[in-house]
Write a protein that binds this ligand. Structure first.
Ligand code: TYD
Ligand code: MG
Length: 490
C-alpha cells in the first residue's frame, strides 16, 4: 500500500500545501509551514470514512419553522460579575469558550478563580498541561481558594482526558490550560501544531456538547496578537475571550471578540493583586488615576506649569458601560527625515486621518512633527467617538494649551472636519458628572442643545462642537482665537 503523501500545513492560517515553500500562499507568513502526516483513519467516528458512509445512506432532514417552542440557554454565573458580564450573563451549559492572552497576563489565575467559584456551587475540574500539581496548589493558596473542591489534574493526553470526562458524572465546568499543550496520540505532529490543536479541541468540544459541561480552553497568543496555531480554533468554539493588559500595569481587561450567546462589546476589568485578580466595578476611576481630580488645584508633579497640555479625557463606551479614559499626546519636531508616529491603544490609520483633517480643514500642520499617542491605563479604544478627544489632545500638545481639567471630550470627526454625533450621549455625560467633571465638548445635537445640561444632580457645561476648527480655536493661544472661535470659523 502506498504511503500517504506528506502535506505541509501553515501554522498561522491552516492552509495545506502539497510542497514545502518558504512562504505560505494563504496568508503570506514566512517559515510557517510544517510537515504533517495525514492520518490513516479518523481517531473516532468523525473522519472521512464514517462521513462517507453516512452520506451514502443519509436520512432526510426534518425542516421546521422559525416559530416554535424554544428554551433560553441555562446559564451558570460564577459570581465574578466582571467575568459573567463578558460571557453574556454566565456560562451556557455545553458551550466552549476560548480564552486567549499573552503569557503571564493571568489566564491561569483567572480561570482557577472562576473554577473555584463554580466548584463552590456545583463541580469544576482544572486540567493543566503546563504546570505541575504543586504549582497549581501553591497558586490556589495564594488566591485563597485552596479549600475549594476543584478537581485538579496534570496531563496533556487528550485520550485520557476524554476517558475521564465522557461520563454521566462529568463536572459542570472543565478548564483545559492550555490547548497548545494538549496531545492527541493518533496524530503524528507535535503538540501545538495546527492539526494537534484542531484535533484536540474538536474532541474536547464534542464531549462538552454531549455531556453538557462548560468547556474553557486557554489559548496562547502570538506576537502578532492572534491565538497561536490556527484561526480555525476561533470558529470551533462558541465564545472567544481575550485577556489583555500592559505588562507594567496592574489592570487586566477581559474582552469578548465572539459570543454566540451574548454581546461582543462588553469588557470586564480586573486588577492583578498579590492575591489574584480583583474586580474593578468602576473602571473610569482606574483609567483616570494619576490625574488630578477635576476641580482641584493639585500641585503639578515634576516639571510644573502646563502639565496637562497634550491630554484629554475621553468619555467612551465599552459595551453598555461608560468609561472615562485619558488620552495623551506628545508632539515634537522630527529630528530625522520621516516623522515618527507611535500609537498605543488606538488605531494608527485613524490617527493619520485626524492629522490630515487638522491639516486640510483647520490649517494646522503636524506633518513635520513626531507624534506619540497613548491611551492611559492600557485600554484599547476602537470607538470612532474618540476622534475628537484625540484631536483635542494633539492640538493641546502642539499649542501647549491644556484642555480644561474638568472637561470630557467625545465626538466623531468626518473628513470634512465636521463633528458627527455619536450614540449614548446621556450615559457618557452621566458618568462624567458622577466623577466630578463639570464640562463636556461634544457634537451638536439634532435638537437645540442647552448650554448647560442637567445630568442627574450635577450640571455640565456643554460646548456643542460643529466643526473641528472650533476645538482648534479653543486651544490656540493666539489673540484672534481668544476672541471666540465663531468669528474665525466664519
Ligand atoms: P498566570 O495566571 O500564570 O498567567 P498566564 O496563565 O496567562 O500565563 O499569571 C502569572 C502572573 O501573574 C505572574 O507574573 C504573577 C502574577 N500574579 C500576581 O501578581 N498575583 C497573584 O495572585 C498570582 C496568582 C499571579
Ligand atoms: Mg498559565
Amino acid at each position: 500500500m502506498a504511503r500517504p503523501q506528506a502535506r505541509y500545513a501553515c501554522q498561522q492560517c491552516g492552509t495545506v500545501h502539497a510542497k514545502w515553500t518558504g512562504r505560505c500562499e494563504g496568508c503570506g507568513a514566512w517559515n510557517s509551514l510544517i510537515e504533517e502526516q495525514p492520518r490513516e483513519g479518523p481517531p473516532s467516528g468523525l473522519g472521512k470514512r464514517s462521513l462517507g458512509k453516512e452520506r451514502r445512506s443519509g436520512n432526510s432532514v426534518g425542516f421546521v419553522g422559525l416559530t416554535g417552542p424554544t428554551m433560553l440557554p441555562s446559564r451558570r454565573a460564577t459570581g465574578i460579575a466582571e467575568f459573567d458580564r463578558v460571557c453574556g450573563g454566565g456560562f451556557v451549559a455545553g458551550s466552549a469558550i476560548l480564552v486567549g492572552g499573552d503569557p503571564g497576563i493571568g489566564k491561569s489565575t483567572l480561570l482557577l478563580q472562576a473554577g473555584a467559584a463554580i466548584a463552590a456551587q456545583t463541580s469544576a475540574a482544572y486540567i493543566t498541561g503546563e504546570e505541575a500539581i504543586d504549582q497549581v496548589r501553591l497558586r490556589a493558596e495564594r488566591l485563597g481558594v485552596a479549600g475549594s473542591s476543584v478537581l485538579l489534574a496534570a496531563t496533556s493526553n487528550i485520550r485520557d482526558i476524554i476517558a475521564s470526562l465522557d461520563r454521566d458524572d462529568a463536572p459542570d465546568l472543565v478548564v483545559v490550560d492550555s490547548i497548545q499543550t494538549m496531545y492527541l496520540d493518533t496524530l503524528d505532529s507535535a503538540p501545538g501544531t495546527v492539526s494537534q490543536v484542531r484535533g484536540a479541541a474538536q474532541e474536547l468540544i464534542r464531549v462538552a456538547k454531549r455531556r453538557g459541561f462548560v468547556l474553557i480552553l486557554v489559548g496562547h497568543v502570538t506576537k502578532e496578537g492572534v491565538i497561536a496555531g490556527p484561526r480555525v480554533l476561533e470558529h470551533m468554539v462558541d465564545t472567544v475571550l481575550y485577556f489583555e493588559g500592559e505588562r507594567g500595569h496592574r489592570f487586566r481587561i477581559l474582552r469578548a471578540v465572539k459570543n454566540r450567546f451574548g454581546a461582543t462589546d462588553e469588557i470586564g476589568v480586573f486588577e492583578m493583586s498579590e492575591h489574584g485578580l480583583i474586580e474593578v466595578p468602576n473602571p473610569s476611576a482606574l483609567f483616570l488615576s494619576g490625574r488630578a481630580a477635576p476641580g482641584t488645584e493639585d500641585e503639578p508633579v515634576g516639571s510644573g506649569g502646563d502639565q496637562l497640555s497634550g491630554s484629554a479625557v475621553f468619555a467612551g463606551m465599552e459595551g453598555t458601560r461608560p468609561v472615562l479614559v485619558e488620552i495623551q499626546a506628545l508632539v515634537a519636531p522630527a529630528v530625522l527625515g520621516t516623522p515618527r508616529r507611535a500609537v498605543v491603544g488606538w488605531d494608527g490609520t485613524r490617527l493619520a486621518m485626524i492629522t490630515a483633517v487638522l491639516d486640510a480643514r483647520c490649517g494646522l500642520s503636524l506633518g513635520a512633527n513626531d507624534i506619540y499617542l497613548n491611551v492611559a491605563g492600557g485600554l484599547r479604544i476602537v470607538e470612532p467617538a474618540a476622534d475628537l478627544a484625540v484631536a483635542a489632545a494633539l492640538v493641546s500638545a502642539l499649542t501647549e494649551t491644556p484642555v480644561p481639567g474638568d472637561t470630557v471630550v467625545f465626538g466623531e470627526i468626518a473628513l470634512s472636519g465636521d463633528i458627527r454625533p455619536v450614540g449614548h450621549t446621556e450615559a457618557r455625560l452621566k458618568e462624567a458628572a458622577k466623577l466630578g467633571f463639570g464640562a463636556a465638548w461634544m457634537p451638536m445635537r439634532q435638537s437645540r442643545a442647552p448650554a448647560r445640561s442637567r445630568v442627574g444632580d450635577a450640571r455640565l457645561d456643554i460646548m456643542a462642537v460643529g466643526h473641528l476648527k472650533e476645538v482648534v480655536a479653543r486651544l490656540s493661544p493666539a489673540e484672534p482665537y481668544r476672541r471666540g472661535f465663531r468669528e474665525i470659523a466664519q
